[in-house]
Design a protein around this ligand. Sequence first.
Ligand code: 1PZ
Length: 207
Amino acid sequence: MAAAAAGPFSLREVLDAFRRCVTEQREVLLEPYLSGWRGLIRFLQSLGAVFSFISKDAVSKVALLEAHRQQHRFVSLQALVQHELAAGPAALRARPDSGCRTVLRLHRALRWLQLFLEGLRSGEPRTSVLCTDAYNASLAEHHPWVVRKAATVAFCALPSRDAFLEIMNVGSAEEAVAMLGEAIPYIGDVYGITQELFAKHKLLDLP
Ligand code: 1PZ
């Protein structure tokens, strides 16, 4: 962990974290989940100040979840959900700082990521188009107009596909694309398990 943080950042760390997330019992482990998010945030921060309103929100959500994880010693997402549901669904809905509503925001963003990475892999050179399409198919419906507007403006500042593959820092463009092919199913798996868990407990619309 410390060694990885000392070297130059590579998006491979994010792949490794999401790979470690899912257990044989199909539980989502919180420690690698939050590590994966920290890696994504560092990557986002390296893209420049235009994205800082996005990374700031992600940073605060990861910090809240990390505090919950440490306070209650949650190992898995399932344990967190179980714990918060024990107070009753009404109490959970009334809490603006619950782990569940916070995970739900990151969960929706993970769907964006999955779609965006699939697009990047497909070869479409216009990253802003890929990003906008992925956003409109995932997060946009959950955001008010002003956030959608700001996000769409920021997307125009995205580097080109080639530059993007390069700053991922996993080698040549071919190697970067191969890594995406490897990473997408892991991210999809985490997304799918979380979606099922939240649907089962009727948590997909937590305010
Ligand atoms: C590579 C380009 C990055 C584009 C990232 C695409 C996502 C755009 C999201 C715009 C979010 C704007 C900031 C604040 C949003 C919050 O209002 C919402 C709802 O939270 P609430 O207000 O209910 O507490 N936050 C979110 O939806 C979570 C957004 C997390 C975005 C993380 C993106 C990580 C990107 C990794 C890049 C490799």
